[in-house]
Design a protein around this ligand. Structure first.
Ligand code: FES
Length: 119
């Protein structure tokens, strides 16, 4: 575990994402509607697009280019065209700073299939 400062808590929107550079990794630091904080790869698994520029809804973040959404808890894509999960990182808050550990990425192991695709 190696948490590093990503973004001050008061720079996060009430619901939405901010891009942060954490130890050379582009990370989207996200606050969901329920107030939970998440950190995921900022780059979409479908193409080189910054996910932090997308909308946050129902604990997912939407890629603005083609509309795939990713579950913020697992990194799993829940809509095409993206089929590959993005990494999810542990996050915590200390002294009003959001800290992210990019040394131990997690992601869903199940690629998007017709069975788990959202319709
Ligand atoms: S670039 Fe993100 S879904 Fe295509």
């Amino acid at each position: 575990m190696s948490f590093q400062a990503a973004v001050p808590l008061d720079e996060l929107p009430e619901v939405g994402a901010v891009r942060a550079d954490v130890d050379g990794h582009p990370v989207a630091v996200v606050r969901a509607e329920d107030g939970s904080l998440h950190a995921v790869d900022d780059i979409c698994s479908h193409a080189e697009v910054s996910l932090s520029e997308g909308d946050v809804e129902d604990c997912t973040i939407e890629c603005w280019l083609h509309g795939s959404r990713f579950d913020l808890r697992t990194g799993a894509p829940i809509g095409l065209p993206a089929t590959v999960p993005i990494a999810v990182y542990d996050v915590k808050v200390e002294d009003d700073m959001v800290l992210v550990d990019v040394t131990a990425p997690r992601s869903a192991t199940t690629p998007l299939t017709a069975a788990n695709k959202e319709h």
